[in-house]
Design a protein around this ligand. Structure first.
Ligand SMILES: [Zn+2]
Length: 196
């Protein structure tokens, strides 16, 4: 089931999300709905706060990036078919040089800006079967995970821009909060009572 995506300005996007346990009600259904919602919006990641739940779950399917011709064949292969659920994740380490990549966010449609992040991450998390993993990722895959991880910490990519850039996009962000945008997928705007 496709759920409305929460737009910029909603306080749920600003909460540090809580861990869940195995007994979380209808977890499998929730994860299935999050996949449906992400694919419907052509996203490569989606975090639970973006569907209104302040809990530590996010999904990543980096396959759409695998066709990027700027990448090495190894990177393309790594991104192709990488599909994972991250539950109760903790960022253990971020290392290496910072590099810039043009990011967007399903909660902030039509805004894309270069964001600087470190190259390599080490992250611990549970998968959908509550099996523990500790993994290291680099490059674009690390980038997607860093963006989604930020969501469960209440952080948005726009927070990482210079104050000048933030001033420049302030009006556009305000319009998104008010629902004054055209978007191809269902969203819920903080200033409107109903979804659309
Ligand atoms: Zn996002």
């Amino acid at each position: 089931m496709i759920l409305p995506i929460i737009a910029y300005g909603d306080p749920v996007l600003r909460k540090v999300a809580d861990d869940i346990d195995k007994d979380y009600p209808k977890l499998n259904e929730l994860i299935a709905n999050m996949w449906d919602t992400m694919y419907n919006a052509s996203g490569v990641g989606l975090a639970a706060p973006q569907i209104g739940l302040p809990i530590r779950i996010f999904l990543v399917d980096s396959t759409p990036f695998s066709g990027d011709e700027d990448l090495t064949p190894e990177e393309q292969k790594q991104l192709d078919g990488f599909k994972r659920v991250f539950i109760n994740a903790t960022m253990e380490e971020e290392t290496g040089e910072e590099w810039a990549f043009n990011e967007g966010c399903l909660s902030i449609p039509d805004v894309r800006e270069d964001v600087r992040r470190k190259e390599t991450i080490k992250i611990s998390y549970l998968d959908e079967n509550f099996k523990e993993h500790v993994e290291t990722y680099s490059g674009l895959l690390a980038r997607v995970i860093q963006h989604e991880y930020d969501h469960i910490e209440g952080v948005l990519f726009t927070d990482k821009l210079s104050s000048l850039k933030r001033r420049m996009i302030k009006g556009r962000l305000a319009n998104i909060s008010k629902g004054k945008i055209s978007v191809e997928y269902r969203m819920k705007f903080p200033s409107l009572k109903k979804g659309r």
